[in-house]
Design a binder for this molecule. Sequence first.
Ligand SMILES: Nc1nc2c(c(=O)[nH]1)N[C@H]1C(S)=C(S)[C@@H](COP(=O)(O)O)O[C@H]1N2
Ligand SMILES: [Mo]
Length: 217
Amino acid sequence: MTKGDDGTKDKLIATKERWAREGRLLTGAAADPAERLPPGQHEVRNWPVLDLGVQPELTREKWHLRVDGLVANKIAWRYADLLAQPQTRQISDIHCVTSWSRYDMPFEGVSALHLLEQVQPLPEARHLMVHSFDGYTTNLPLELFAAPDVLIAHSAEGRPLTREHGGPVRLVVPKLYFWKSAKWISRIEVLSEERLGFWEERGYHRIGDPWTEERYS
Ligand SMILES: Nc1nc2c(c(=O)[nH]1)N[C@H]1C(S)=C(S)[C@@H](COP(=O)(O)O)O[C@H]1N2
Ligand SMILES: [Mo]
């Protein structure tokens, strides 16, 4: 993989931008959410690694998460604070826009619903921008973050998340394409107006529902 001066996978980024322009993998079909495999996807048994090429070297001691913007209570959690919250286990299917889906992934962490209870979004809050330690960003509607299966996850398959899969802490949003599940999360910004994240600025969908094939904008 060719990497830019800053270590990012420039070729991969260019290829994925081209896919967005060409509408690659679009089947034109919509599946019922009751159907397990979204259109254009296939099941894999491994867990592929996808990112921009820079996997930050974060220890648990160095990791922290800020939640700010349109909230009544801003929070800043260290790893121990995350573990001190009620813990949730959730088995989810995950769906990457590059067409792989993986069934029955056990994740563990703090539910987004609990986090939202702590921060209390203001009435005008509608959107989120998620920031990561590698400089990655992704946006999603607050309403979809507030789903019961969304986790601020520190473990997968019964083990602490590895660095390549976003450890020590990543977001998991199972009902949206997996690019919304930011690895190495550092900050969740609560907004009234939508802003676009890294892939969303490069032609990927603002929401990203796999069952209606919201791959591209
Ligand atoms: N911080 C960060 N999070 C990220 C990415 C990234 O480049 N940086 N890539 C996204 C994409 S495109 C996908 S498909 C998933 C892949 O997660 P995985 O490597 O654990 O499978 O992470 C998402 N989260
Ligand atoms: Mo992806």
